[in-house]
Design a protein around this ligand. Sequence first.
Ligand code: FES
Length: 109
Amino acid sequence: MNILVKVFERRNSIIAWVNNKPILIVKYGDKLYGMDAVCAHMGCALLTDVNGYVATCPAHLAKYDVRTGELIEKPVVRPEVPCEYMQVKVPLKTYKINVTPEGFLEVEE
Ligand code: FES
């Protein structure tokens, strides 16, 4: 992957495309974590809202622990709107993130 680890000097998360899948890579503390970037609820992209190790889906605010892929807060949907929560498959897949000697990110499947 042609992404330098120093991208995390300016932000705490990025999306990388690996084998045609979006992977959310988060720097939390001095560690890097990778997780599938597609919400298990209804498939929205987990793109931008990462606070510490918690990624929040912009659609219905489900929260995931990027260290484990576990759902830590259920989606919030109005009672009158059908919820497909029963179809949720968690945890989301997680990935080990390595840094090459040249300083590039590497996603281990
Ligand atoms: S699609 Fe992510 S919480 Fe609904």
